[in-house]
Design a binder for this molecule. Structure first.
Ligand code: KIV
Ligand code: ZN
Length: 435
């Protein structure tokens, strides 16, 4: 029933496999307010979009796709509001999405009236499946659709006072012949004729992720190496996560020549979501490279995201989930405690504490309450750590084992985690009142 539906580029180099890390921050574009929002059970209200926009600005996004103005009144009004109320900081560029259809493009430009600068993002579907099943159009007709959309963008863009630049996406790229996608992108660029002062963006989406990450990255490499006006074009990628590899697609594509990433916080977006920008950025951070996004207050980011999207941050979501720094098991707790002590004694600068990929404090998490937690898997070290840390109670070395086992057995019998308060209560009943 299934077979591979992607196309390998005609020439493969894989030069980039020799690179082992991303050495500089890409341009980041948040599509939370467009791709993320359109996939929500209950899309955000105007006020919620405004608060989310502010969150993205605070994190440090300089490019934000704010919506699809022709899609709904809320989308349109939101864009009008942030323009009319001067809510867009000078150094932030908003981006809006439009299909390659005349009335939609015109409505999009109406929505942008008065914006000092913006990116108008044009797309049309190019895959074999969409050409045959949805549009009933030939390759040439699909190319002409992109060309006429590109011409109208240029014509309307030339008439506005704002400084608008343009982006094109061959939507459904993964099911499109790579050479054909390249041909359309080049045809669009021939209309826009980008320059150093007015660059264009070519955005390569994995609309539905259907290939392994190195396949997508080699497609990106091929497009990047064969695109016209390359020095005046920003190559953007827009990974989705259908195979669970959105982050890998993003990282390999950056190695393979992409300059920019479109994605969302926590990977919200259509179906399994868009690529999670937090993970890509924090992966770079853990290699010592400044991602130029600030996730120093992750608890606040999680709280705002959950409240506005009515989605949940998964407990094991990289860098952000409630449990991602927690050790219940005795051997892990012991190693972490020793690692922290070693680090303190040596005055070590470079982070190498076992079992903790980064210092939880860097994203506003507490070592004290987040890391060592007690259940039936825990050891003596964890219990004495909690008693000392929370209640200033230093157990004599000889007592640690007995108290540790006694308390973890309570957790085992009752089948639950023991909070610091409960640990103290159990300790007090057994060793103080019954002494
Ligand atoms: O996933 C996709 O292909 C898109 C395009 C509109 C870029 O969201
Ligand atoms: Zn998308």
């Amino acid at each position: 029933k299934y077979e591979k539906a992607y196309f390998m580029p005609p020439v493969l180099s894989y030069d980039w496999v020799t690179k082992d890390y991303i050495d500089k921050a890409p341009y980041w574009c948040s599509v939370d307010l467009r791709d993320g929002n359109q996939a929500l059970v209950e899309p955000m209200s105007l006020e919620e979009k405004i608060e989310f926009f502010q969150l993205l600005v605070d994190i440090g996004f300089k490019e934000i796709e704010v919506g699809f103005p022709a899609a709904s009144e809320t989308e349109y009004n939101f864009i009008r509001t942030i323009i009319e109320k001067n809510m867009i900081p000078e150094d932030v560029t908003i981006q809006v999405l439009t299909q390659a259809r005349e009335h939609i493009i015109k409505r999009t430009f109406e929505a942008l009236k008065g914006a000092p600068h913006a990116v108008v993002h044009l797309y049309n579907s190019t895959s074999v499946a969409q050409r045959e099943q949805v549009f009933g159009k030939s390759k040439e007709e699909i190319k002409q659709l992109a060309i006429s959309g590109a011409k109208l963008l240029k014509e309307l863009g030339d008439k506005t006072d704002g400084n608008f630049s343009f982006q094109y996406s061959p939507e459904s790229f993964p099911g499109t012949e790579v050479d054909f996608a390249l041909e359309i992108c080049n045809a669009v660029l021939d209309i826009w004729k980008p320059t150093q002062d007015k660059k264009a963006i070519i955005n390569i989406p994995t609309t539905v992720e259907n290939a392994m990450p190195h396949v997508f990255a080699s497609q990106v490499e091929y497009i990047s190496k064969n695109l016209k006006y390359r020095e005046n074009v920003v190559i953007s990628i827009h990974p989705h996560n259908d195979r669970g590899s959105g982050v890998c697609d993003a990282e390999l594509s950056l190695l393979a020549g992409a300059d920019r990433i479109e994605g969302t916080l926590f990977g919200n977006g259509e179906r399994t979501g868009n690529v999670d920008i937090i993970t890509v950025a924090m992966n770079m951070y853990s290699h010592g490279v400044d991602p130029k996004l600030d996730f120093g207050n992750m608890p606040k980011i999680c709280e705002t995201y959950e409240r506005l999207t009515r989605m949940r941050v998964y407990e094991r979501s990289p860098y952000a989930g409630e449990l991602v720094f927690t050790a219940f098991s005795g051997s892990h707790q012991d190693a972490i405690a020793k690692g922290m002590k070693w680090r303190e004694e040596k005055g070590e600068r470079i982070w190498s504490v076992p079992y903790l990929p980064i210092d939880p404090k860097d994203i506003g998490r507490e070592y004290e309450s987040d890391v060592i937690r007690i259940n039936s898997q825990s050891g003596k070290g964890g219990v004495s750590y909690i008693l000392k840390q929370n209640f200033g109670l230093s157990l004599p070395e000889k007592m640690k084992e007995e108290v540790g086992y006694f308390i973890k057995n309570v957790s085992d019998r009752e089948h639950k985690e023991l909070s610091p308060g409960l640990i103290y209560q159990v300790f007090e009943e057994k060793y103080v009142h019954n002494a």
